[in-house]
Design a protein around this ligand. Structure first.
Ligand SMILES: Cc1ncc(CN)c(N)n1
Length: 239
């Protein structure tokens, strides 16, 4: 109960413990030079346009991953049924997001139909596909889902803080993921993931767990952060 009480208070939970333990890669993913360049208004627009095209490709893949997490939540016996509304809300957001990418791409003269996935994007998408398999536990999948959303929320919210120099023409991009509503949605995902991770840790202590779901969730979380760093790096690449 203690873990749950702490998590409810928003103080702790398994995820916050892991973010402290892996704080370097978490900072690498959420305070990347690409994001810092947007924040101080020095971002190079060809880097930004490269990121825009690549992220559109990623989001198309992420829709399928989100659907696979929805199915896993639906299959769960316990009160995960309630989780499907949160995940569905996220998918509705992705629907708006795709329309937004098309509008934003035409604003910047980025031809999405001609954009090809760069290496880091291909690798990240293959990683997502591997986690869509039914063998991957819901606890692992929802932890990954939270991490992917949280990296963007933390990164772009950073650009919206007071006394930043985010250019006006990039405010809308930052608002898309940095706004409070998206922050609330990420918090809802984090609560779901922490609930399941606490349960997995109790099962482990009781010797009930089959394969170590807790360890796999931690490993995949770190992999998400590493893929996010490579994704940001890609936008700075000259290739
Ligand atoms: C690479 C990446 N990571 C996360 C998000 C937020 N769904 C995104 N749009 N793109």
């Amino acid at each position: 109960m203690e873990g749950k009480a702490k998590e409810e208070a928003g103080k702790g939970g398994v995820i916050d413990t892991w973010l402290r333990k892996h704080r370097l890669i978490y900072i690498g993913a959420t305070r990347h030079p690409f994001i810092l360049a947007i924040r101080d208004g020095t971002v190079n627009y060809s880097s930004f346009k490269k990121w825009l095209g690549q992220d559109y490709i990623f989001v198309r893949e992420f829709v399928a991953f989100a659907a696979s997490v929805l199915v896993k939540a639906w299959k769960e016996s316990d009160d995960s049924k309630g989780d499907t509304e949160v995940i569905l809300g996220g998918m509705a957001g992705l629907h708006d997001e795709i329309a937004w990418f098309k509008k934003e791409a035409s604003k910047w003269g980025v031809e999405l139909s001609e954009t090809v996935p760069q290496k880091a994007n291909q690798v990240y998408c293959r990683f997502l596909e591997s986690l869509m398999s039914p063998e991957v536990d819901y606890t692992v999948a929802i932890t990954v889902f939270w991490a992917i959303e949280a990296v963007y929320q933390e990164s772009f919210a950073h650009c919206l803080e007071p006394d930043t120099n985010t250019p006006p023409e990039l405010q809308e991009v930052c608002q898309r993921w940095g706004n409070d509503g998206f922050g609330q949605y990420c918090h809802s995902l984090k609560k779901i993931a922490n609930r399941l991770l606490e349960k997995a840790s109790d099962d482990l202590i009781m010797g009930k767990a089959g394969d170590d779901v807790l360890k796999k969730a931690e490993v995949e979380l770190i992999r998400v952060l590493e893929h996010e760093v490579e994704f940001w790096n890609m936008s700075r690449g000259t290739a």
